[in-house]
Design a protein around this ligand. Structure first.
Ligand SMILES: [Zn+2]
Length: 138
């Protein structure tokens, strides 16, 4: 960052935004398949009521067709957004749309806003739109 707190390089600026926010035109929320729960801090899900809820979701959400796409980055999920314990996807709808996106959504289609040119440089579709936990595709 420079002295004003801004990130001058457009790609680095986009990567910072992409830690938790999607680029216009790339959010799974727009598909109507994904929801955010009541708290937007992972820490809420680490104690008390939040921990109880998160443990229940990890054990039971799959039974109802839901999956947490943005788990912690690591061996199983190597690219994409940071962990979002509040974000869940409804697989009966999102699996076919993810397959469609894999086939048809291209970085070059991301356009119409300042910074859109960074989509291709970053590989937004592969790394972010498709950067979900593999269990959310089964
Ligand atoms: Zn979300």
């Amino acid at each position: 960052m420079d002295a004003s707190g801004q990130i001058p390089d457009p790609v680095q600026r986009a990567l910072k935004i992409l830690e938790y926010s999607s680029m216009p035109g790339t959010s799974r929320h727009h598909w109507g398949t994904d929801i955010d729960l009541n708290a937007f801090e992972n820490s809420w899900f680490e104690k008390g009521e939040g921990l109880k809820l998160y443990r229940w979701l990890k054990t039971n959400a799959h039974k109802y067709g839901f999956c947490q796409p943005y788990t912690a980055l690591g061996a199983e999920r190597v690219t994409g957004y940071q962990e979002e314990r509040w974000h869940w996807t409804y697989m009966p709808l999102s699996v076919p749309l993810t397959r469609y996106a894999r086939e048809h959504l291209k970085d070059s289609l991301i356009a119409g806003f300042d910074g859109a040119a960074t989509a291709t440089k970053i590989g937004v579709v592969d790394k972010y739109v498709l950067g979900i936990h593999p269990s959310c595709m089964q």
